[in-house]
Design a protein around this ligand. Structure first.
Ligand code: SF4
Length: 244
């Protein structure tokens, strides 16, 4: 499938956007969050919803936490976030915690300190687009010291072309793939979640095989058509691709 990329001139760079976002959502080792909640994902998991992302996926369910970061959330220390996650997990009897709502890898110091404050009895599922991990192997190495960590990298498309079509970003797909290589090299537990409307995913599978990642677990990320998502996809003229 050939993806017609509109608004070429308006594309953004995810690394530049990471820095701009970090300036708004990070203060020292503190980061903005807008909600703490129990959710039924993964069979039940305590969730902290953070603010700020370095992508603008057209199918993203987040609202202000991605698209209007200045006006979203409040600042929390790693200890405060850990305390809230522990409390939710205790009340609900969960043994898993995660950060959702935005990109958790923005604000490296905050994330590392958050992980240091999470009880080793709890599994921390790091849901990430992988871009910042794929640009800096030392970040992945630092994460590898946490035994209770599982990384779930969400690939946006099967190729750079589809990635740009889905996200509006000028680059990033190669960083996503690179993150998988680094995660493997550092012996972290990880899997891939894939968002793609492409009928032929062979090109991605071939790339992964070439990278010796052919046996990696890949799950399809389900796109929920919440009213906000539906509206955005409709505006982009691409809703029909996501309707089953
Ligand atoms: S990476 Fe996730 S949080 Fe960021 S824009 Fe895409 S779907 Fe939304």
């Amino acid at each position: 499938m050939i993806f017609a990329i509109r608004y070429l001139g308006n594309m953004y760079n995810p690394l530049e956007l990471s820095k701009k976002t970090e300036d708004i959502v990070i203060n020292g080792n503190m980061k903005k969050y807008y909600r703490f909640r129990p959710t039924r994902f993964y069979g039940g998991i305590a969730t902290a919803d953070t603010v700020g992302c370095n992508l603008r996926c057209k199918f993203c369910w987040s609202g202000n936490s991605v698209w209007n970061v200045k006006n979203a959330g409040k600042i929390y220390s790693p200890q405060q976030v850990a305390d809230k996650l522990h409390e939710l997990a205790r009340i609900k009897g969960y043994n898993q915690v995660r950060v959702s709502g935005g990109e958790p890898t923005i604000g490296r110091k905050h994330l590392i300190e958050l992980l240091e404050n999470i009880s080793e009895d709890l599994l921390f599922i790091l849901e990430t687009n992988g871009i910042l991990l794929g640009t800096d192997k030392t970040y992945v190495k630092e994460l590898s010291k946490f035994q209770n960590l599982h990384v779930r990298v969400c690939l946006k498309g099967c190729t750079q072309e589809e990635f740009s079509w889905l996200t509006g970003a000028d680059e990033g797909f190669e960083y996503q793939l690179k993150s998988l290589e680094y995660l493997r090299d550092e012996n972290l537990r990880f899997n891939v979640a894939l968002v793609s409307i492409s009928k032929n995913k062979q090109e991605l599978f071939n790339r992964l095989t070439e990278m010796d990642l052919g046996r990696i677990m890949i799950e399809n990320e389900e796109i929920k058509l919440y009213p906000l998502v539906r509206k955005r996809l409709e505006k982009e003229g691409i809703l029909h691709y996501f309707e089953v």
